[in-house]
Design a protein around this ligand. Structure first.
Ligand SMILES: Cc1cc2nc3c(=O)[nH]c(=O)nc-3n(C[C@H](O)[C@H](O)[C@H](O)COP(=O)(O)OP(=O)(O)OC[C@H]3O[C@@H](n4cnc5c(N)ncnc54)[C@H](O)[C@@H]3O)c2cc1C
Length: 288
């Protein structure tokens, strides 16, 4: 199949209409950092491309006091440069700052990172830890699903991701992130971990969400680790216990994979880094 047309659109309705008309023969292009490679390698061969980079509604970063909403067209650089993603949202800043190279960060979007569906997509573990909701729009209407559940009920061929939103963390909650890449500059990450930790006023963990990247078919919550850590303080022995639980989950999930022995060792440092940095930042905020 040959590419017949590229639509340069400036509003969401137009995208929905074109997707509705062409179905699987149409593909959205945002930053192009993934899809251009797929087109070149003939992994996909759509009849039409829909360029969404001119749609202003998809570029918003909004803070209404309760929720933070990111348009699907927000780039990694937009996040790195926005003051919202500091302090207790530092983990999202760090994940976006560690993506590929400056060129990739300038072009690559959050919507593309989700839609591409890679298990190693860097922005996803912190967004899962934040409990993010993804909004998908099609001629059939609007669908809102948790990012955690997205991978078992992913985007359909007539859908556009319009935004991702999450509840703003409270002052006693800290989002952290750690990544082990293959190479420093242009690494597609091979292992990531993100944690959203809520501390009580004595430094015990009141609630926690831990998400991992590239430890399975898709990024996911690590419930065994979370259940173990609730009510504990982050100390050397607690971190060791958390690592052990994660390694046990990995043994099941990655059984027979050649990467398992390496990942078992590597995850130890990654999880340790996210938990210990949460404790350091939490201490600065709460001074216990
Ligand atoms: C050299 C290099 C290094 C990289 N390093 C990293 C890295 O360190 N970490 C990382 O996570 N990723 C990395 N990537 C992958 C890539 O940059 C990201 O996945 C990026 O977020 C993709 O976004 P995009 O806007 O470029 O998507 P595109 O390439 O435009 O699209 C990707 C897919 O998503 C679909 N899509 C895009 N936007 C939407 C939308 N709003 N609604 C529905 N479907 C949509 C497209 O149809 C396509 O199928 C790297 C890529 C390269 C080439």
């Amino acid at each position: 199949m040959t590419l017949n047309q590229v639509y340069n659109v400036d509003n969401i309705n137009e995208v929905i209409e074109i997707l509705g008309n062409f179905g699987k023969d149409a593909k959205i292009i945002a930053g192009g950092t993934d899809i251009v490679i797929a087109l070149k390698n003939e992994k996909i061969s759509p009849k039409v491309l829909i360029d969404i980079t001119k749609i202003e509604d998809l570029k918003k970063i909004e803070d209404d006091g309760e929720y933070i909403t990111l348009g699907a067209g927000v780039t990694f650089t937009n996040i790195v440069e926005n003051h919202l993603f500091r302090g207790n949202l530092w983990g999202l800043y760090k994940a976006c700052r560690m993506v590929g190279s400056p060129q990739i960060r300038n072009k690559g979007t959050i919507g593309g990172n989700i839609a591409n569906g890679s298990a190693a997509a860097d922005s996803i573990p912190p967004l899962i830890a934040l409990g993010s909701i993804v909004r998908l729009v099609s001629i059939e209407g609007v669908r809102e699903i948790s990012l955690e559940g997205y991978y078992t009920d992913p985007i359909k061929e007539n859908e556009l991701i319009t935004e991702i939103k999450f509840i703003k963390p409270k002052e006693n909650q800290v989002l952290t992130f750690a990544k082990l890449g293959l190479r420093k500059a242009l690494a597609i990450s091979r292992l990531t971990s993100a944690s959203l930790v809520e501390f009580d006023n004595e430094g015990f963990i009141k609630s926690i969400r831990v998400a991992s990247g590239a430890l399975g078919k898709y990024p996911m919550r690590e419930y065994e680790v979370e259940n173990y850590l609730i009510g504990k303080k982050i100390r050397e022995e607690t971190v060791e216990g958390a690592v052990e639980r994660l390694q046990n989950s990995m043994d099941e999930r990655l059984k027979g994979r050649s990467t398992l022995p390496y990942k078992r060792v590597a995850i130890s440092g990654i999880l340790k880094e996210t938990l210990e940095s949460a404790m350091t930042i939490g201490r600065e905020v709460a001074a216990w």
